[in-house]
Design a protein around this ligand. Structure first.
Ligand code: FDA
Length: 309
């Protein structure tokens, strides 16, 4: 892992930087490349624009590691409202939540109830709830939350991180449930004894996990795969596998982040390949933004250039 990437990931958890850097105008300007605005209205307007291009969306309000009961309730109420507003607007826009936004750090039972409320509303309104995967200490509780929800509804999915050595076993434990799994490379700073440090190993793991989830016996259980990457060679390798093996369209979708690899997004849409773009919004964007910079340190120069724009 490069020094720059390590420094940016360390910065993502620094409270002083979060409180100060988010007030600097040039940083705020640079963030707009990756998020259409801080308000849900900005995200809904962007989702509408994407839908015109044949691209569906996933909405997520930034924020993590909340600590107070009133904050969890506020986030849950917010997402309930988002599900209603998506239905009213006739959008095909899922929601994506972080368990630590809904109470996981403080009260597991409360977090379960909040997820239940969202999944029930998603059932009523024809929506779908994705559970993000956070840092490695959260993997076990997040898997338990998912398995519990999946036993009640098929309108819930989970993100799994290809960089973790444990993920192939987690995939095997989920396949019998007919899961919806978003495979991602993994965005947190993890130790080499639990996660592959080398990009080539992570890419390889991503490919193997994805092909396992597209395999005929995973398909028999109703498994859905979200291939969440901006890595074009990797996406092309998986598209070749899909073609060679006649994988049905209903078995997978690609998922990418708003504003990243736009040409690839338009290419997939043009070719009629299922794609969802994840749109982030909200005021608490600092740690999330640092992780996006860490994914491509060249973005740091982009931020610096906006000093003069
Ligand atoms: P990689 O980082 O290898 O990038 C491939 C290429 O894409 C780069 O060379 C660059 O050209 C371009 N690129 C990638 N990131 C860029 C950026 N920020 N700016 C500009 N160009 C960029 N992680 C997690 O731990 N838990 C989660 O729940 C989720 N959820 C999630 C949902 C969705 C829909 C996506 C797309 C991603 C996530 N992630 C995530 C993040 C994920 O783990 C990973 O950090 C990023 O997707 C970057 O990895 P790539 O697969 O894009 O490849």
């Amino acid at each position: 892992m490069s020094l720059m990437r390590r420094a940016l990931l360390a910065a993502s958890t620094n409270a002083w930087l979060r409180d100060h850097v988010t007030k600097w105008g040039f940083v705020r300007r640079s963030v707009t490349r990756f998020m259409p605005g801080e308000r849900i209205e900005d995200a809904l307007a962007a989702a509408k624009e994407q839908q015109k291009l044949g691209i569906n969306t996933i909405l997520t309000r930034l924020g993590e590691n909340l600590t107070r009961g009133d904050e969890f309730e506020e986030v849950t109420q917010h997402y309930l409202e988002v599900i209603d507003r998506v239905a009213e607007a006739g959008l095909d826009a899922h929601i994506s939540i972080k368990p630590t936004q809904l109470g996981l750090d403080l009260d597991r039972a409360l977090c379960e109830r909040n997820i239940d409320r969202l999944v029930e509303r998603a059932e009523q309104k024809g929506n779908f709830v994705w559970i993000d995967m956070e840092g490695s200490p959260y993997v076990d509780p997040t898997l338990e939350l998912y398995k519990r929800s999946r036993a009640k509804s098929d309108r819930v999915g989970i993100a799994l991180q290809a960089y973790l050595y444990r993920t192939p076993q987690d995939v095997e434990s989920l396949i019998p449930l007919g899961p919806a799994i978003r495979v991602v490379k993994g965005a947190y700073l993890e130790a080499p004894n639990i996660a592959y440090p080398k990009k080539s190993d992570v890419d390889d793991a991503f490919y193997k996990l994805s092909t396992r989830l597209l395999s005929p016996d995973a398909q028999k259980t109703g498994t859905l795969l979200h291939i969440a990457t901006h890595d074009i060679p990797l996406a092309d390798r998986l598209l070749a596998y899909i073609k060679q093996n006649d994988v049905p369209n209903a078995a997978y979708e690609f998922a990418m982040l708003y504003g990243i690899q736009r040409n690839q997004q338009l290419r997939l849409a043009r070719e009629g390949i299922g794609l969802r773009v994840l749109i982030s919004y909200g005021e608490y964007w600092f740690p999330w933004y640092m992780r996006r910079l860490a994914e491509r340190p060249a973005n740091v120069w982009f931020v610096i250039r906006t000093l003069w724009s």
